[in-house]
Design a protein around this ligand. Structure first.
Ligand code: PLP
Length: 491
């Protein structure tokens, strides 16, 4: 399988084709686009039948080998079996099997309308990012060992991404992680999760400032190309292609677990921010997985809901980006959205370049087909099964209460956004699978507000706030940051 940038000129495409291993460790393509395969591999009904009863790890191999043909299958198998184990994804609810990796639970079945929860948050950091990041850690270690190379991951986090990256990379040979977070601004639970790691290759840096200061420092360091090259700086943000591929696997798994034969269709509702998770669902559907609808659920930060209702993509300014009780969906623009737009404009890289230039200069584009708009492709969105909806803090609190009362389980705030929106699109005969993107214990404040009691913590997390913490407090000063990195990479 070869890869091309979403902004590549079709005429010059042959010059910029890449293999999976070439793009594994990188982020954006040099032209500022995102990588996509030149075509989506197809899955036959016969293959689906064979995959129905496979272990999660073996299913992951079947899908990975379609995208990463340049890595020997035996190596992919070893990596998948090391990643997707019952021990890594052990934080399941009572009655669920850790060996299922992403257990499904039917919540409701009224009038033939089935509501199903697929749990993606049983990994070490209790959020769905572990599903891809754990594989990425093993893939990175494997690829770096082959090249006898090393990589220093440098990023900023306000919570989920940073901890998922650290738990995936801890103890990995050839890799160090430098993670900035705003000093004293994360929840006690999230702080404890990250700062209690004692692995010598993990560097937690608490910056005296807010999240934007952390991100500005990452940008400043990334823009210093000489420094970046000398210190072998890389990232693990959600546009990384291998992360998207790893996420494709659980859509297949969810489909196969919720159906008995390939005649049946299912829909998925996905709590969304950067469009990484649901982009994997879009790819699964393009590969031939019988998905009826893909429903984007947003919180008050409704950039994506606005697009899927109107055809207008309008990124938000910082002042318009709200801090909500589902904080991992608090985004001003959706960094993976360009991958979908590329498909929507039929792979016209020049058009994608123009549209996203407009995002930079004018803050967005309009594909509604209205007079003066930038195009009329919005009418094609239905062909891809997309629908959307929005949920607010009041909806989350109510949904958490309803789900506890009606089904006897406690869900987190992001998943609550998903369930609220899913209920607007339920249909008889088409199971609605809602992806559970975090466990409630991570966002206890809102659980307390909704239920008047604390969320239960999985075994081993009872007292994490009391564990010794290892971190460095630093001012928001780029030259001090560079000196710190230089001293610790030893390069
Ligand atoms: C990251 C995250 C999301 C959003 O996923 P995207 O891939 O950015 O759309 C939703 N819920 C939780 C808990 C997350 O950590």
């Amino acid at each position: 399988m070869q890869y091309v940038s979403t902004r590549a000129d079709a005429s010059a495409a042959s010059h910029s084709l890449q293999q999976f291993s070439d793009i594994l460790l990188g982020g954006l393509a040099p032209d500022g686009g995102l990588y996509l395969p030149v075509e989506y591999p197809q899955v036959s009904g016969e293959e689906l039948n064979k995959w129905r009863h496979m272990s999660y790890a073996d299913l992951a191999v079947e899908i990975l080998k379609k995208f990463a043909g340049d890595i020997p299958e035996a190596d992919l198998r070893a990596l998948a079996h090391k990643t997707y184990t019952a021990d890594v994804y052990r934080n399941v609810r009572e009655g669920e099997k850790a060996a299922d990796i992403t257990p499904l639970r039917v919540l409701d079945e009224t009038e033939g309308k089935q509501l199903v929860l697929q749990s993606l948050s049983n990994g070490p950091t209790l959020a769905f990012k572990d599903m891809a990041m754990q594989l990425l850690g093993n893939l990175f270690e494997y690829a770096l060992a082959k090249q006898d190379a090393q990589l220093n991951i440098f990023g900023a986090t306000s919570g989920d991404t940073g901890s998922a990256a650290e738990y995936a990379m801890r103890g990995k040979k050839g890799i160090k992680v430098f993670m900035l977070s705003p000093h004293k601004k994360m929840s006690a639970f999230q702080t404890a999760q990250m700062f209690s790691l004692q692995d010598p290759n993990i560097f937690n840096i608490a910056v005296e400032g807010v999240f934007d200061d952390c991100q500005d420092m990452v940008k400043a360091v990334s823009n210093d190309l000489e420094f970046k090259a000398r210190h072998k700086i890389g990232t693990v943000n959600s546009i990384n292609w291998a992360r998207v591929v790893a996420q494709v696997v659980y859509y297949f798994r969810g489909y196969l677990a919720a159906t008995r034969n390939n005649e049946q269709k299912v829909s998925f509702t996905v709590p969304s921010g950067n469009f990484g998770n649901i982009c994997a669902g879009h790819i699964a559907r393009q590969m031939g997985l019988p998905i009826d609808k893909l429903i984007v659920a947003t919180n008050e930060n409704d950039v994506l809901d606005e697009f899927f209702r109107t055809g207008v993509y309008r990124v938000r300014k910082s002042a318009e980006t709200y801090h909500t009780s589902s904080p991992s969906m608090d985004i001003s623009k959706a960094s993976n959205f360009e991958r979908f737009v590329f498909d929507l404009v039929k792979g016209d890289g020049k058009r994608v370049r123009e549209l996203f230039k407009k995002v930079e200069t004018e803050g967005g584009f309009d594909l509604s087909g209205a007079p003066g708009s930038d195009g009329d492709e919005f009418k094609l969105v239905a062909n891809y099964g997309f629908k959307s909806g929005k949920s607010t803090h009041a909806d989350r609190v109510q949904t958490i209460r309803d789900v506890a009362d009606d089904y006897g389980i406690v869900i987190d705030t992001h998943t609550a956004d998903g369930i609220k929106v899913a209920k607007e699109y339920m249909e008889p005969g088409v199971p609605m699978i809602v992806l559970e993107t975090a466990l409630a214990a991570k966002f206890n404040e809102t659980i307390l507000e909704a239920l008047g009691q604390d969320a239960e913590r999985p075994a081993g997390f009872e007292n994490i706030e009391a564990l010794p913490q290892r971190f460095e407090v630093m001012p928001a000063d780029v030259s001090k940051m560079k000196a710190y990195i230089a001293a610790n990479t030893g390069l």
